[in-house]
Design a protein around this ligand. Structure first.
Ligand SMILES: [Zn+2]
Length: 321
């Protein structure tokens, strides 16, 4: 799995923040505890002295009996510390540094490899602000309910929205299960509240749990970021993020504020991603012809290779309320 340099840097910063927070909390707890139970310092001094003595004894080739004696005193001091903490009404590890990951002490490295907490952090960061969104947690394949779509047959289509959406659901689930970076791209269209974002995020969730990196953002936020980047003349971190992703999801294309800059920037970004053979999911409330009148034919002709999935039915969000 690969992530962009920026994501690694952000993760590094976050781990550092976690370590500092844990150390600060530990220091405050300790200070408070010692003020109430100063005997802790004597016990700790005994722990330190006996530990040093054990090392000295070993270095001097002392009798095993002597070494055992000092080691025993050290263990007794450790036990006395635990008892003092518990008697004061705290859990026995209360004065240990409360790292959020006990495996790597928030260093992010375990046995020379990235710790699980570090990988999880990288995945969260790669989906940006979305990682904090409750929407992402809710949007799984398991949580998708096709029964929210009506089973009344649509005369013109010859089948019911439920039947049709079950087919879409099964296809996308199989897509997520079998995904490789060479997999095909999709264009999701249809009105609001038909589950487009839900299913795209379900794909995202499945892919990240399979170890792929996924870029997700709305067209509006992408334009905003590109504008900031062009303003600050910084190297494009967005471009790097997209290039290092296995799947790129652009949500709500056409819902962003219409501007010449936005249209040109999105056109270029999508064209570049297609030229780089990125697997993509583009989501829009607009139809292909509406997209064409807004962004021009260049964009829609690029979408020729995309599988178009039109979501149908009534707004299922209303039914969830
Ligand atoms: Zn860890």
């Amino acid at each position: 799995m690969k992530f962009s340099e920026i994501i690694y840097q952000k993760a590094e910063l976050e781990l550092k923040k976690r370590r500092l927070q844990a150390e600060k909390l530990c220091e405050a707890r300790r200070k408070d505890f010692v003020a109430k139970h100063p005997e802790l310092l004597d016990i700790e001094a005994e722990m330190k002295n006996t530990a040093l003595s054990v090392i000295k004894c070993i270095g001097a080739g002392s009798q095993k009996m002597d070494i055992n004696l000092v080691a025993k005193r050290n263990l007794e001091a450790q036990e006395a510390k635990k008892q003092l903490i518990v008697a004061a009404g705290y859990p026995e590890d209360y004065l240990d540094t409360p790292y959020s990951c006990k495996l790597c002490n928030d260093s992010g490295i375990l046995n020379g490899k990235l710790c699980q907490c570090h990988i999880q952090l990288l995945q969260q960061l790669s989906v940006g602000e979305l990682s904090c969104s409750p929407m992402l947690a809710k949007s799984s394949f398991e949580a998708f309910d096709v029964n929210l779509y009506t089973d009344i047959k649509d005369r013109a289509l010859g089948f019911s929205p439920r039947e049709y959406m079950r087919g879409c659901y099964e296809m996308l689930k199989a897509y997520a299960e079998n995904f490789t970076p060479q997999s095909n791209s999709f264009f999701f269209c249809g009105g609001t509240g038909l589950g487009k974002t839900h299913l795209a995020l379900a794909v995202l969730n499945r892919l990240t749990s399979r170890g792929f990196s996924v870029y997700y953002n709305t067209a509006g936020k992408i334009v905003k970021q590109l504008k900031n980047e062009s303003f600050s003349k910084a190297d494009s971190s967005l471009e790097e993020e997209i290039n290092s992703s296995d799947l790129v999801i652009i949500d709500d294309l056409g819902a962003e504020f219409a501007s010449e800059f936005g249209s040109a920037a999105l056109n270029e970004l999508i064209s570049d991603a297609i030229l780089n053979a990125k697997a993509m999911i583009i989501i829009s409330n607009l139809s292909v012809s509406e997209l064409e009148s807004r962004y021009g034919q260049r964009l829609t002709s690029r979408l020729n290779g995309f599988e178009v999935l039109e979501f149908i039915g009534e707004d299922i969000r209303q039914k969830l309320k």
